[in-house]
Design a protein around this ligand. Structure first.
Ligand code: 5GP
Length: 190
């Protein structure tokens, strides 16, 4: 998606050869016009795939997921990193290793919101090692739901996430695929 690539080139900042900061338009300040365009792209790509719900991982996936779910006319569900103190019944749990923090965290989903009749589109901001997406898929399988695919804003194609997920039979669709993060610039795959 050219609009997203242009924005990454103008405002993205490579912290090192592994991590890209996109705080000014995705992760901290959110550009809602860009989110609208992202949602149109995802909705078009995943149209006719029978998506019943959009699922994301809190917190940076929420903005693109809510726009996409609205565009597709389906509910959006947030996989929670901290289980609610008031709603801790019927929760599916799984552990994930955080790419950016290098620590483990628990991800949860209430059995109330996803079930065996759901065909779910997972949306997230980044794909690196595929830990977050794999954990989300584990939770959806616990809920007996099926996975329509994974929609990613920024895929770091030099990291193993896509391969891992495709080997597991997951359809991965990324709007910007980064070949390498260098001090002198960001290179895209195509
Ligand atoms: P994975 O689980 O695929 O290894 O990493 C994906 C998660 O880590 C995403 O949900 C995202 O929040 C975070 N992440 C991975 N790489 C980056 C990055 O380069 N920049 C930012 N801001 N977040 C990242």
């Amino acid at each position: 998606m050219q609009l997203l690539k242009d924005r990454i080139l103008s405002e993205g900042r490579a912290l090192n050869e592994d991590i890209l900061k996109v705080d000014s338009f995705i992760n901290h300040q959110v550009d809602t016009n860009l989110m609208e365009a992202i949602a149109c792209d995802f909705a078009e790509h995943f149209a006719d795939m029978g998506v019943t719900k959009v699922v994301t991982i809190e917190s940076s996936g929420i903005a693109p997921a809510v726009f996409t779910a609205h565009r597709m006319g389906v509910p959006m569900i947030i996989l929670k990193k901290q289980p609610s103190k008031v709603l801790n019944e019927d929760l599916y749990h799984t552990m994930i290793t955080s790419y950016t923090k290098g620590t483990n965290y628990e991800l949860t989903l209430s059995s109330k919101y996803v079930g065996e009749n759901d065909h779910v589109l997972i949306i997230d901001d980044f794909l690196a090692n595929g830990e977050a997406a794999t954990g989300a898929i584990r939770l959806l399988r616990m809920a007996h739901a099926t996975v329509a695919g994974l929609g990613i804003l920024i895929e770091k194609s030099f990291q193993p996430g896509r391969d891992k997920l495709e080997r597991a039979g997951v359809h991965v669709y990324s709007l910007a695929r980064i070949a390498g993060l260098k001090k002198d610039g960001i290179e895209f795959l195509d």
